[in-house]
Design a protein around this ligand. Structure first.
Ligand code: KG4
Ligand code: ZN
Length: 357
C-alpha cells in the first residue's frame, strides 16, 4: 500500500511517498526559509505564497522520484493542523482536489502526531536520492515515550498503541525550538536558531551564565519564556545597559565571546529542562522505546544529554526526517489506512490551525 503525504503547515512545502508505513520511496522538501531569514522568523504571508508556487511541482517530483504514477497511489494523507492558516490551506486544498480528481481516499493528519511517525520508517526504496538516509533498524515497540520538540511544539506523550496515547505534558508558552530561534535573534545569530545557537555554543562556556530552569506545576509541563527573558536581561547587562535597551541594538554591541557564552549557557539549560522531564517520564512509565521527534531532535546537545542521562539507547532517524517533511505524514497516513480509520470528506475537509494532540 502506497500513500502520498503532503505537508505545508509552516515554511516547508513537502511531499513524499511511503509504502506500508515503513518504506520511504521519495521525500521532496522545498523550503521558503531563505525568504524569511531577513525577518528573523517565518512570515506567514510569504510562506503561503511560496506554497502556492511550488506545491504542484513538489508533488510531481515525489511521484517521479518514487517511480510512481497516480495508479500506484492508494491514498493521500495531508496535514490539516496545527500550523499557519494560510499555509495549511494550500496543502489541504491541493490534497482535496487531487483526492477528487484521482479518486483516492483522503486522510487528515495531525502534524505533531506525524512527527512521531517519522521514526517508523525503517527501509528505503530504489531512488538514488535516498541512498544516504540513515534510518533506525526497527520500528518502535509499545509502550513508546515520545518527546516531541520542534519550533511549534514541546510535548511528552506516551503511546500505548497506534491511536492510543496520552499527552503527559507540554509547553505552557514557547516551544523549545522557538526559544532557540528567539535567543538567536537576541544575540544576532541567523534563523533558524537551533543550528546557529548550537554551532556558536561550541566556542562558549556553558556555565558562564546561570540561567534559570522554570518550575512548573504540571510534572511534565515545560516553559521557556522565562529563560528567553533571562537571556535578554543577561545580554543587556553584558553590554552595560538596562532592561529598556532595545533588543535589536544588542547584537552589534556583544563581542563573540559573550555571544558564545550566552549560546552555550542557554542551550545547556534549555536542553536540560527537556531531558529532566523525559527522565522522570521514563522512570514512571518504563517505556520499551523512547523516540525523539521534531526539528530539535537534530540537536547534538540534546542527543548528548539524553545518552548521558537516559538508561535506554535511542535510535534517531535521519535529520531530514526530523524537520518538517511529507514522509512523516505519509507514514502516519499508512497507519490510518491499516487501522481502518475514517477517511476525510474531500469536499469539506477544513484546516485546524490550533489542533492539539
Ligand atoms: O519540526 P520543525 O522543522 O518545525 C516545526 O514543526 O516547528 O522544527 C523547527 C525547529 C526550529 O525552531 C529550529 O531552530 C529547530 O527546530 N532546529 C534545531 C536544529 N535544527 C532545527 N534545534 C536545535 N538543533 C538543531 N540542529
Ligand atoms: Zn513540525
Amino acid at each position: 500500500m502506497k500513500v502520498l503525504g503532503i505537508e505545508s503547515s509552516c515554511d516547508e512545502t513537502a511531499a513524499a511517498i511511503v509504502e506500508d508505513g515503513e518504506r520511504l520511496l521519495s521525500n521532496i522538501v522545498a523550503s521558503s526559509m531563505d525568504l524569511h531569514i531577513q525577518y528573523g522568523g517565518v512570515v506567514p504571508e510569504i510562506a503561503a505564497r511560496s506554497h502556492i508556487e511550488v506545491i504542484n511541482g513538489v508533488i510531481q517530483q515525489a511521484l517521479d522520484e518514487a517511480s510512481c504514477s497516480w495508479n500506484d497511489i492508494d491514498a493521500i494523507a495531508v496535514t490539516y493542523g496545527a500550523g499557519l492558516g494560510g499555509s495549511l490551506l494550500i496543502g489541504v486544498l491541493t490534497a482535496r482536489t487531487l483526492a477528487i480528481t484521482h479518486d483516492k481516499p483522503l486522510y487528515a493528519i495531525n502534524h505533531v502526531e506525524g512527527h512521531v511517525y517519522a521514526n517508523y520508517l525503517t527501509s528505503l526504496g530504489e531512488s538514488p536520492a535516498l541512498s544516504d538516509y540513515k534510518l533506525p533498524e526497527r520500528q518502535p515497540d509499545f509502550p513508546v515515550l515520545a518527546l516531541i520538540v520542534s519550533g511549534g511544539h514541546s510535548q511528552l506523550t506516551l503511546f500505548r498503541d497506534h491511536f492510543d496515547y496520552t499527552l503527559l505534558g507540554q509547553t505552557q508558552d514557547d516551544a523549545v525550538g522557538e526559544a532557540f530561534d528567539k535567543v538567536a535573534k537576541i544575540i544576532g545569530l541567523p534563523y533558524p536558531g537551533g543550528p546557529s545557537v548550537g554551532k556558536k555554543a561550541l566556542e562558549g562556556d556553558a556555565h558562564a551564565y546561570p540561567f534559570p530552569k522554570a518550575k512548573m506545576t504540571g510534572k511534565y509541563d515545560f516553559s521557556f519564556s522565562g529563560i528567553k527573558t533571562a537571556v535578554l536581561r543577561t545580554a543587556q547587562d553584558a553590554i552595560g545597559e538596562d532592561f529598556s535597551f532595545p533588543s535589536k541594538d544588542i547584537p552589534s554591541r556583544l563581542d563573540e565571546v559573550q555571544k558564545a557564552n550566552i549560546a552555550a549557557s542557554f542551550q545547556r539549560i534549555a536542553i536540560q529542562t527537556v531531558v529532566d522531564k523525559a527522565l522522570i517520564a521514563y522512570e514512571e512509565f518504563s517505556p520499551k522505546t523512547v523516540i525523539i521527534a521534531g526539528g530539535v531532535a537534530a540537536s547534538p546537545e540534546l542527543r548528548r544529554q539524553l545518552a548521558e542521562r537516559l538508561p535506554i539507547s535511542i535510535s534517531y532517524t535521519d535529520p531530514r526526517l526530523c524537520t518538517d517533511n511529507g514522509a512523516m505524514i505519509a507514514t502516519l497516513g499508512c497507519f490510518h489506512v491499516k487501522y481502518g480509520r475514517p477517511a476525510a470528506d474531500p469536499y469539506t475537509l477544513d484546516i485546524k490551525p490550533n489542533l492539539s494532540m
